[in-house]
Design a protein. Structure first.
Length: 69
């Protein structure tokens, strides 16, 4: 992510194709916070529910998935 991609106070939704353990989305949220932005949600196409990645992200922001496996 470029340092100028997020300006302080920006509201950001993080979108990814797949959520498994939540590590990538959590790392993206950390980058947004470092740049002064606020993560207001996560969206995913596929969620591997048995790995409980969404539970890891619940303390940051709500998430939505189109397909849950």
């Amino acid at each position: 992510m470029h340092a100028d991609a997020i300006t302080p106070g920006s509201k950001v939704i993080i979108h990814d194709d797949l959520i498994a353990t939540g590590g990538t989305a959590n790392a993206a949220a950390d980058l947004v916070k470092q740049l002064g932005g606020e993560v207001i949600g996560f969206s995913f196409i596929v969620e591997l529910g048995f790995l409980k990645g969404v539970e890891r992200l619940n303390s940051i922001a709500p998430s939505k998935s189109l397909i849950r496996i």
